[in-house]
Design a protein around this ligand. Structure first.
Ligand SMILES: *[C@@H]1O[C@H](CO)[C@@H](O)[C@H](O)[C@H]1NC(C)=O
Ligand SMILES: *[C@@H]1O[C@H](CO)[C@@H](O)[C@H](O)[C@H]1NC(C)=O
Ligand SMILES: *[C@@H]1O[C@H](CO)[C@@H](O)[C@H](O)[C@H]1NC(C)=O
Ligand SMILES: *[C@@H]1O[C@H](CO)[C@@H](O)[C@H](O)[C@H]1NC(C)=O
Ligand SMILES: *[C@@H]1O[C@H](CO)[C@@H](O)[C@H](O)[C@H]1NC(C)=O
Ligand SMILES: *[C@@H]1O[C@H](CO)[C@@H](O)[C@H](O)[C@H]1NC(C)=O
Ligand SMILES: *[C@@H]1O[C@H](CO)[C@@H](O)[C@H](O)[C@H]1NC(C)=O
Ligand SMILES: *[C@@H]1O[C@H](CO)[C@@H](O)[C@H](O)[C@H]1NC(C)=O
Ligand SMILES: *[C@@H]1O[C@H](CO)[C@@H](O)[C@H](O)[C@H]1NC(C)=O
Ligand SMILES: *[C@@H]1O[C@H](CO)[C@@H](O)[C@H](O)[C@H]1NC(C)=O
Ligand SMILES: *[C@@H]1O[C@H](CO)[C@@H](O)[C@H](O)[C@H]1NC(C)=O
Ligand SMILES: *[C@@H]1O[C@H](CO)[C@@H](O)[C@H](O)[C@H]1NC(C)=O
Length: 733
């Protein structure tokens, strides 16, 4: 039983082996035809029997001896290739000395087959020999074999010594070979008595010196065969005689007429037979397919496909795109995705951030605007519309930045306690002065707001005019008319620019006028609090303009004095106010008195270079007057006979202004009238016009319209942050 099983298994295994290993079936002959003669395969178009060959030229006889023979010249066939070649045996031509003629001629006829010139060689063996191959078309080949001594020869070499080879003309079908000798082999007869010549497949003859004595063999010769003598194109005209069957291609060769057939790529077999070309299952033969993965091969008709393992792609061919792992791309894609994501996130965040910041800036601007009393001023300014005088404008930060070249250093006109003043150019107002507080100084901000509030209510030709303001900034920016000629302080204390007495009187009158107006004529009394020569600006006609209202105070009508933190400039400061902190109009009168003295003496209000008793100009002046030394202290430039009386009068006026007790000082109005009186004398005396201009500019309507809602609330922060006082500004009722 075991034996039986083993045997069955062995048989099965063998069967399997046969099935797997067997080559694809070849259809070498037409059905029912013998496919071999002896051990030589005879493929169609050749045939051994009638109707088994393509035409008569492909008949091969296979006689009893089981040798395939071409009918012409009894030529033995060694093998036949379907690619168009036929190997036959061909005899040697030999001419020998002695009993035989050394000149021999042999005829060969392989028609219709052609002697292949690529694989065959015409070979001559001998030491006193030459032979000629002459084709019927008069093409020839010849070769000499010469030598004197057998010892000169080399086995295996066929290069002229004893052996010679030459190529064969192309397209030769029949030819004859003539052998001959130069000296009848006389000198080499010891070892070579014959001339041997033959056509043989290259490589089949290996020269040996022994062959000189005797060479009697037949050599294989390669013939080329083809179908007919027409081209492929011509042959395809006649489908019935066309030899190439399905899945095959026709081709022509250079050296043979007619055409041949070849199985199409991916097929093999006999292209001259129906169903002769069979699909190759490339997958079964690793050498035939290019699949990287052996198991991925799938045969197709005339071709095959390879597939790639999961997670990769490509054609799976070694000579193609191969397989590329798709998984490898994943991390790259993820990284790329992350980068893009981060980029987008970054963009979004920065967009949001800048958006928020912008919104914050806008909000901040609004806040400042509100804080800086923007709405109130806006209303006030709009109330002023329709008046003959252009109202102050609310300007944007952008406009002012443009006007001052972004607050460039070159535009700085001066730096004061209240901040920096820039020169600017606005498109419609032209040259202006722009005052900007130092950042982060709250008292300055309050001063600014104060100034806006005050100046927006004053319209006097001798008060510097506020043209506009910007409230969007943390500290408001104030825009004034640009006063061209600098400060009075400059003119008094600059030796180069001496101003004559009448001009000084005019300036004094104008300042007095402005102050008088502020104290009484304006709707609410305003105390300047910081009158000094440095705060009086002059234009090119020496018209005085009182400026710097940052410290000014509005005094409610029902109060005649106000308690404040003492503020002002040393040398100009009212001593009474210094002591009591009670602010009244008379403080301005005192300060004005100091300015008068400055005008008279051309000395600084305070100077630490002077003697101690002379340091404070006001005190020094009063003392000098008491000592009756007026003309010693007065500016020598003024001391002419003509104006002595005037000087005295002004000096007395100054003295009264400088009274220690406020009550004893005259009001600003009285001072103004007195000065105007002096001025008109001056006018009379000198016959000069327009010296002490008296024109008041009309009030800007009234700062607060009486038709409006009665009272407007305005909050002004006190300098002392703790003492914040709110008071009402009564409208002009
Ligand atoms: C082969 O046999 C045929 C007859 O069958 C004869 O005519 C022919 O001459 C023979 N050829 C050779 C080479 O023996
Ligand atoms: C070959 O056959 C032709 C005639 O077909 C003849 O003339 C020639 O001598 C033959 N040659 C040989 C070597 O048998
Ligand atoms: C043909 O050649 C073979 C050997 O090549 C020889 O045996 C045979 O006798 C020859 N037949 C004829 C008819 O020449
Ligand atoms: C060559 O040989 C032939 C016979 O094969 C003979 O008739 C002839 O006389 C010879 N010629 C010479 C020069 O020996
Ligand atoms: C055979 O003949 C062809 C056509 O004339 C030629 O191109 C080729 O070189 C020849 N081959 C040899 C080996 O002489
Ligand atoms: C051939 O060469 C050998 C040695 O070179 C010499 O001995 C011999 O005689 C030579 N034979 C002839 C025929 O010249
Ligand atoms: C060539 O080889 C043979 C043996 O195959 C030898 O007898 C002979 O001497 C060799 N000739 C030369 C020149 O080497
Ligand atoms: C030819 O013969 C020589 C010696 O006789 C040998 O060395 C050589 O390998 C042979 N060549 C071929 C191609 O057979
Ligand atoms: C070769 O031999 C022939 C006769 O066979 C003769 O006529 C001829 O003169 C000889 N040639 C030489 C060079 O010996
Ligand atoms: C082509 O071959 C046929 C016979 O096969 C023949 O009749 C014809 O003359 C040949 N033509 C040429 C140009 O060789
Ligand atoms: C015939 O086909 C095979 C396989 O397709 C190819 O390798 C060969 O080069 C072809 N021969 C010619 C002459 O085209
Ligand atoms: C077989 O398939 C491959 C890939 O699809 C292609 O490149 C090739 O040309 C095909 N071969 C044939 C003979 O169709």
């Amino acid at each position: 039983m075991g034996l039986y099983h083993q045997a069955a298994f062995a048989v099965g295994f063998l069967l399997l082996l046969v099935m797997v290993a067997s080559p694809p079936p070849t259809y070498q002959t037409k059905p029912g035809c013998l496919n071999s003669c002896g051990n030589v395969g005879i493929p169609y178009p050749f045939g051994l029997q009638k109707d088994c060959y393509f035409d008569d030229s492909f008949f091969i006889s296979c006689n009893d001896s089981n040798l395939p023979v071409l009918p012409a010249n009894n030529t033995s066939v060694l093998d036949i290739s379907i690619d168009g070649q036929l190997r036959v045996l061909s005899p040697i031509t030999s001419g020998c000395l002695g009993y035989q003629n050394y000149t021999q001629v042999k005829t060969f006829n392989f028609s219709p087959f052609v002697v292949s010139n690529t694989t065959n060689k015409f070979t001559v063996v001998g030491c006193d020999s030459f032979a000629v191959l002459a084709a019927s078309d008069y093409q020839t080949a010849s070769c000499y074999g010469l030598c004197d001594n057998i010892t000169q020869l080399t086995n295996g070499s066929c290069s002229g010594k004893g052996c010679c080879q030459s190529s064969i003309p192309n397209g030769v079908k029949d030819f004859l070979i003539v052998t001959s000798s130069v000296f009848n082999h006389t000198f080499v007869s010891d070892f070579n008595r014959c001339t041997y010549a033959f056509v043989a497949e290259e490589g089949t003859y290996n020269f040996s010196s022994l062959d000189l004595l005797n060479l009697q063999r037949e050599f294989p010769l390669v013939l080329e065969w083809s179908i007919g003598n027409a081209t492929c194109e011509e042959a395809q005209q006649n489908r019935e005689t066309y030899a190439c069957k399905e899945d095959s291609e026709c081709y022509e060769t250079d050296n043979v007429g007619g055409y041949r057939c070849n199985c199409s790529s991916g097929y093999r077999g006999n292209p001259y037979l129906s169903d002769g070309c069979q699909d190759i299952n490339e997958c079964e033969y690793p050498e035939l397919n290019q699949c990287i993965e052996k198991n991925s091969c799938r045969n197709t008709e005339g071709n095959y496909t390879c597939s790639c393992p999961k997670g990769s792609h490509g054609d799976g061919r070694k000579d193609g795109q191969r397989c590329t792992a798709t998984r490898n791309r994943l991390p790259l894609m993820i990284i790329l995705g992350i980068i893009i994501g981060l980029l987008i996130l970054f963009l979004v965040i920065s967009w949001l951030y800048f958006g928020f910041r912008k919104r914050r800036v806008i909000k901040l601007r609004e806040k400042y605007f509100k804080e800086n009393g923007g709405y109130l001023l806006q209303q006030k300014f709009s109330d002023q519309e329709g008046n003959s005088i252009k109202p102050a404008q609310i300007l944007t930060e952008k406009e002012l930045k443009k006007a001052t070249n972004n607050f460039h250093e070159s535009r700085i006109l001066g730096k004061g306690g209240q901040g920096t003043v820039y020169k600017g150019t606005l498109p419609d107002i032209q040259t202006v002065a722009i005052k900007k507080a130092k950042k982060g100084d709250e008292t300055q901000v309050e001063g600014f707001i104060n100034e806006v509030t005050i100046l927006s209510q004053i319209n006097h030709r001798n008060v510097v005019r506020l043209l506009g303001c910007c409230l969007e900034t943390p500290v408001p920016l104030l825009v004034y008319e640009f006063v061209t000629n600098g400060t009075l302080f400059d003119h008094i204390h600059n030796v180069d620019k001496l101003i004559p007495w009448e001009t000084r009187l005019k300036i004094a009158t104008e300042v007095a006028d402005a102050l008088s107006y502020m104290h009484s004529a304006a709707s609410i009394p305003i105390i300047h609090r910081d009158i000094k020569s440095a705060n009086i600006l002059l234009d090119d006609k020496y018209t005085a303009k009182v400026s710097d209202f940052g410290a000014s105070k509005l005094i409610p009508l029902d109060k005649s004095e106000l308690t404040t933190l003492v503020q002002g400039t040393l040398g100009y400061l009212d001593p009474e106010y210094m002591q009591t902190s009670q602010l009244t109009e008379k403080s301005d009168v005192y300060s004005f008195g100091v300015v008068l003295v400055e005008l008279l003496t051309r000395k600084r209000a305070i100077s630490f270079t002077r003697l101690e008793e002379e340091r404070n100009l006001a005190l020094h002046f009063v003392t000098s007057l008491q000592k009756n030394q007026l003309f010693e202290i007065i500016d020598h430039q003024l001391q002419t006979n003509k104006n002595t009386e005037q000087l005295k009068a002004v000096a007395m006026l100054a003295k009264s202004c400088l009274s220690v007790k406020g009550e004893e000082r005259p009001t600003m109005k009285e001072v103004a009238i007195e000065l105007q009186g002096l001025c008109s004398i001056e006018k009379h005396l000198w016959g000069k016009d327009n010296l002490c201009a008296q024109e008041y500019e009309s009030l800007l309507g009234k700062p607060f319209d009486d038709s409006a809602n009665g009272s407007t609330s305005l909050t002004i922060k006190e300098n002392s942050i703790e003492k914040s006082v709110t008071f009402e500004i009564e409208t002009g009722r």
